[in-house]
Each structure stands twice: as structure tokens, then as C-alpha cells.
Design a protein around this ligand. Structure first.
Ligand code: XMP
Length: 325
């Protein structure tokens, strides 16, 4: 029968067997999945694992700091932080197609890991190569990227369909059969703190797929501010558990006319996408309190430059996906 204890025991044995005396790296995204995958592999092979946090500039406010402090404190993993903001921005310049963005982000992740390899081997005692890459792929990711049984390819989740074909690493995917709630239970059992385990989902490609249009530094900064305001108000209203996640999306290619103070404005809309879900395979838009929506709207239009309109997405999944891209 299914217990978190069994899952952990099975996976630890399987990972030890698979890795042997080689080394593995794990990309941390700040999300629940990669954190739990890393903690599980850490339990199996200890110091043969190095975690790599790629700061691609597509993170939300405070995310980098959370990984650097909370996660390391909870697990004691060896962590390497790579500043790759320029690299990702350059690769994404001029790109507006969602699938192309996902593939570029997936590819650049891997290139950064490949480069980090040499340094990791040099820093580690011994000269075993890094042969394995740990991915926090969940069952729904497998299904929705077309890797499951008989399902259509909906999106290239960066940790499944978005990997380059010439990948040098062998993959370790210990969560491949699990759903999110099960992953959270495994994380808890592994001793990860509440702030990490109960964290709402956030996609690997980050804010890069929450800007409809080209991804630029300026737009990322703007979206980061709007997202931080929405998260702050949702938390203050005690809605973190009720809402599965609330993507905040910038419609960078859309402008609308507004009025602020004495003047006409011509700014961008921000979309709020609060959803309720069990496993992200299906979702419903969350009927959240109007006064909280009002506070978020007022704050975003007042505090975020170039945003003059906030709209609410009232679409279920299906037909809408949770993310806009
Ligand atoms: P969609 O938009 O497909 O999202 O309804 C379903 C869930 O998956 C998250 N998501 C991702 N997670 N890498 C991830 O790790 C990705 O590329 C990715 N794309 C979407 C999304 O936030 C939602 O929870």
C-alpha cells in the first residue's frame, strides 16, 4: 500500500543503485517539486549531490534569497548559485512564441548545468564525473508534455519536453509517478519546512511565460512588482491554502486607455488568474472575495508604473490552461 515512507525507501534504494559512486546535480527552482526531489536524492547519495540554482532573472521577488537561506538551512545541501540573467535575456530577445520560449529556457538551463559541471567536479573531492541530472518532474508534467499514455502534447514543461535532444546527462526523476499532494507529503516526511512544502506551484520557466509578448528586463521588473503585491494581499487575506496558485500575467503587447490624476494614460493590463485545483490537471477559477480583488487592483495600478488596468481571468481548465503560455 502507498505510504510516504514506502515511497521514500523505494526511491532512495533505486537512486543509490542508479547513481553508484558517480555524481549528480539538481536544479533548484525555488518550487516544491525540485526541493523535494533534491531532498530525496540528498537522502540517498548525500554529498555526491550538488544543487544548482540558476538565477535566470525570471524569478519572483525574494525567491533567490529563499532558496539560498531556507532550503540550505533545512537540508544542508551543497548549493551553487549561478547568475545567468544576461544569458537568458539574450537568448529570449525577440521571442514571443510560448513554445519557443519554453524550449529556449529549457535549453539554456541545461547549458548552464553543463558549464557548472567542471566547477563542481573541481570543487568536490575526487574526480567522478557528473553523470546525472535530478528533475522534479511530476506525473501531470509527464502526461501534459505528451510523455504519458495516449495524451496530446499540451505544453513543453521545461523539465520534460523542453530538454535539448543532445542532453549529456542521464535523468533521475524520483517524483515521476506522484501528484502534487503526494509530493508535499513526501517533503514533509523528509523534514522540509512548511514554507517550502506548502508553497504554491510556480513554473520552471518562471515569469518568462507570464509575459505575453517579448521578455525584457523592464517588463520582468514590472511583473515582479505586480506579482509581489498580489501575493502579499492574498497571504494577508488568508487565502494561500484555498487558492492553488494565482499566476499574475502581463499583457505586454496590449495597451488600453486610462485616466490617472489629470492625465490620460496608455498602459498595459495585468491579469489575475486565481485557480482552485487538486492536481493542476483540471482547475476552476477561484471565487475569491471582491474586497481582496479590489485591494490588489488598486495597489497594482497605483504602485506599478505603466499598468493602468487589472483584469480577472474567469476561465476553468479546460478550456484554459492555468498558465497563459
Ligand atoms: P498548465 O498551464 O499546463 O499548468 O495548466 C499546470 C501546472 O504546471 C505548472 N507549470 C509548470 N511547472 N515547469 C514546471 O515545473 C513548466 O514548464 C510548467 N508549466 C506550467 C503550472 O504553474 C501549473 O501549476
Amino acid at each position: 500500500s502507498w505510504t510516504t515512507g514506502n515511497v521514500i525507501e523505494e526511491q532512495v534504494a533505486a537512486i543509490r543503485e542508479q547513481v553508484g559512486d558517480k555524481r549528480a546535480i539538481c536544479g533548484l527552482s525555488g518550487g516544491v517539486d525540485s526541493a523535494v526531489a533534491a531532498a530525496l536524492v540528498q537522502r540517498a547519495i548525500g554529498s555526491q549531490l550538488t544543487c544548482v540554482y540558476v538565477d535566470h532573472g525570471l524569478m519572483r521577488k525574494g525567491e533567490t534569497e529563499q532558496v539560498e537561506k531556507d532550503f540550505v538551512a533545512a537540508t544542508g545541501v551543497q548549493l551553487k548559485v549561478v547568475d545567468a540573467q544576461e544569458r537568458f535575456l539574450t537568448a529570449l530577445a525577440g521571442v514571443t512564441d510560448p513554445e519557443e520560449k519554453r524550449k529556449i529556457i529549457g535549453r539554456e538551463f541545461i547549458r548552464v548545468f553543463e558549464q557548472a559541471q567542471a566547477e563542481i567536479i573541481a570543487e568536490a573531492s575526487g574526480d567522478q564525473p557528473v553523470e546525472f541530472l535530478v528533475q522534479g518532474t511530476l506525473y501531470p508534467d509527464v502526461v501534459e508534455s505528451g510523455g504519458g499514455t495516449g495524451t496530446a502534447n499540451i505544453k513543453s514543461h521545461h523539465n520534460v519536453g523542453g530538454l535539448p535532444e543532445d542532453l549529456e546527462f542521464k535523468l533521475i526523476e524520483p517524483l515521476r509517478k506522484l501528484f502534487k499532494d503526494e509530493v508535499r507529503m513526501v517533503g514533509q516526511e523528509l523534514g522540509l519546512p512548511e514554507e517550502i512544502v506548502q508553497r504554491q506551484p510556480f513554473p520552471g520557466p518562471g515569469l518568462g511565460i507570464r509575459i505575453v509578448g517579448e521578455v525584457t528586463k523592464e517588463r520582468l521588473d514590472l511583473l515582479r512588482e505586480a506579482d509581489a503585491i498580489a501575493r502579499e494581499e492574498l497571504t494577508a487575506a488568508g487565502l494561500d491554502r484555498e487558492i492553488w496558485q494565482c499566476p499574475v500575467v502581463l499583457l505586454a503587447d496590449v495597451r488600453s486607455v486610462g485616466v490617472q490624476g489629470d492625465g490620460r494614460t496608455y498602459g498595459h493590463p495585468i491579469v489575475l488568474r486565481p485557480v482552485s485545483s487538486e492536481d493542476a490537471m483540471t482547475a476552476d477559477w477561484t471565487r475569491m472575495p471582491y474586497d481582496v480583488l479590489a485591494r490588489i487592483s488598486t495597489r497594482i495600478t497605483n504602485e506599478v508604473k505603466d499598468v493602468n488596468r487589472v483584469v480577472l481571468d474567469v476561465t476553468s481548465k479546460p478550456p484554459g490552461t492555468i498558465e497563459w503560455e
